[in-house]
Ligand binder design. Sequence first.
Ligand code: 13P
Ligand code: SF4
Length: 302
Amino acid sequence: WPGFAPDIDAILRLKRERDAVILAHNYQTPEIFHGVADITGDSLALAREATRVEAPVILLCGVHFMAETAKLLNPAKTVLIPDSAAGCSLADSITPSDVRLLRQRYPGVPVVTYVNTSAAVKAESDICCTSGNAVKVVESLGVPRVIFIPDGYLAANVAAQTKVGIIAWQGACEVHERFTPGDIRQLRDAHPGVVVLVHPECPPEVVAEADFAGSTAAMSDYVANERPGRVVLVTECSMSDNVAVQFPEIDFIRPCNLCPHMKRITLPKIRRALETMTEAVVLDPAVTDRARLAVERMLAVR
Ligand code: 13P
Ligand code: SF4
């Protein structure tokens, strides 16, 4: 990554000086993902890996809820995020009082909360899930019905794979809600033989047109294992960029949508975060223990 070399060199040096580990989500740009990250993955992998980090400092390259999750699992460590304004339309779609109202409306029905939420919302929940384990988590509870928040499309896609009744909140990911079934049909017409992988935050009609739906890690694994000649990853743009670096022989077709929140994280901001040791994630003590429990219950589901 020649143009990025000065920042990358400085970050690699600062990482050693600060004894810091960089965790990066699959939607981070390639110079971050391949250039400076120690650990990469989907939301579930980043949460699991956060429990294994031994270094005293974690720098999370991703959006704020991911950094909060890392801090929940590592209360004694310093968890930095290069830009704390990196939000998420799903996390913004629901508040703790919304969850309390849902509980009043559906007494006794457990609340399954997608990790794309604030710690305060997690604290009102029984258990968390990611797109990588949502069906397993819902079924682990052994109940006839669950409240599933906040992604309405993920909820519908989970409902299609289980007999458990799903009461859904209607939040949406601003990146994935924009894909349409017509987009997929056009892609197939324009690129014969293309294998279509979609993220389950897409509307169910889009998932229905795909060859495979799965988390960002599941998409990577699909490409690595199946080695399609031509593939489209219907998701955030950096996903294809990162996977394509590893499989130059595969033809990646790229209509994609950028996540403006993920794109707030840049090499200069990572460098500054390590130079100044800001911005450190601080959790509200009133929600920390309950939020951690919901995440730990998820991690215990195998
Ligand atoms: P994954 O857990 O699949 O990485 O998804 C996170 C996300 O924010 C998708 O938009
Ligand atoms: Fe949130 Fe969607 Fe961005 Fe993922 S891609 S962080 S769900 S807005």
